[in-house]
Design a protein around this ligand. Structure first.
Ligand code: PLP
Length: 232
C-alpha cells in the first residue's frame, strides 16, 4: 500500500468511527507522526491530505525544515524536548504537543517572550502513571491550567496523552475518557490564556477507540508510513 492509500484508508476509518458515535468527522484531525521518515515521505503524506505533521526529534525537525518538507501543512513537535533545545523548536512549529514538565514550560515561555511570539502548546499527561514515560500527573493539570496567566507567551490549546501499549481494542478507553472529562472540566473554568480545544490522543493501534472517547487529533505513524526501520 502506498502512503496515499494508507492516508485514504485512515481518513475513511476516522469518518466511520466519528459517525458511529454521532460526531462530525471534521472535528478530528490526522497528524502524521513522521519520525524516521524522510522529506519525500512527508511530502507524500501532505499531498495525500494529512492535516499536520508531528516530529519527535529536534535534529529531524531542523533537517526537514531546511528541506521544506512540511510545505502545505502545519508542523508540531511531539517528542521529549530537552530544555537546551527549546530555541530550535519555539517559533519553528505551530504547536508543541509534548510539554511534559514545569521546567520545560518555563523555558518555552522565556524563549517565546524573547522572540516576541505566542507559542501554542499542549500539556502531556502520563495518564497510565508509567515510570518509563514523562508527562504531568492527571492531578497536576487543573492547578497548572489555572496558572497559565503566568505564562503570557504561551497559549494552552489542550492535552496530549500516550496511554500504555494495549493488547485489545477498548483497553485504553478508561484513559481516553479520563482525559476527555478533564478537558471538559478545564473548559468549564474559563481560565485566562486557556483554550482547551485539542485532545491529542490515539495512535496507529487505537485511534478508533480514541475517537469514540473524544479525541480531536490522532497521531499516526506506522499506519501511514509502514513499520519504522530503527537500524537505518
Ligand atoms: C511515533 C509516535 C506516534 C505514532 O505511533 P504509531 O504507533 O507509529 O502510529 C504518536 N505519538 C508519538 C508521540 C509518537 O512518538
Amino acid at each position: 500500500m502506498s502512503i496515499a492509500q494508507n492516508v485514504a484508508a485512515i481518513k475513511a476509518d476516522i469518518e466511520k468511527a466519528a459517525l458511529c458515535c454521532g460526531r462530525d468527522p471534521k472535528e478530528i484531525l490526522l497528524c502524521a507522526a513522521t519520525k524516521m521518515n524522510d522529506a519525500d515521505a512527508v511530502r507524500q503524506a501532505i499531498a495525500a491530505g494529512v492535516d499536520c505533521c508531528g516530529e519527535n526529534r529536534v535534529q529531524e525537525l531542523t533537517q526537514k525544515l531546511s528541506e521544506n518538507a512540511y510545505t502545505g501543512a502545519p508542523v508540531h513537535f511531539i517528542g521529549h524536548l530537552q530544555t537546551n533545545k527549546v530555541k530550535q523548536v519555539v517559533g519553528k512549529v505551530d504547536l508543541i504537543q509534548s510539554v511534559d514538565r514545569l521546567k520545560l514550560l518555563e523555558c518555552i515561555q522565556a524563549e517565546a517572550a524573547k522572540q516576541g511570539i505566542i507559542q501554542d502548546i499542549l500539556l502531556e499527561i502520563n495518564v497510565g502513571e508509567e515510570a518509563s514515560k514523562s508527562g504531568f500527573a492527571m492531578d497536576d493539570i487543573l492547578p497548572l491550567a489555572e496558572k497559565m496567566a503566568d505564562f503570557p507567551n504561551v497559549r494552552l490549546r489542550g492535552l496530549m496523552a500516550i496511554p500504555p501499549i494495549c493488547e485489545n481494542s477498548g483497553d485504553n478507553d478508561k484513559f481516553f475518557l479520563k482525559i476527555h472529562r478533564l478537558a471538559v472540566d478545564i473548559r468549564a473554568k474559563k481560565y485566562d490564556n486557556v483554550w482547551v480545544d485539542i485532545l491529542s490522543m490515539g495512535m496507529s493501534g487505537d485511534y478508533e477507540d480514541a475517537i469514540r472517547c473524544g479525541s480531536t487529533m490522532i497521531r499516526v505513524g506506522t499506519a501511514i508510513f509502514g513499520a519504522r526501520n530503527y537500524n537505518k
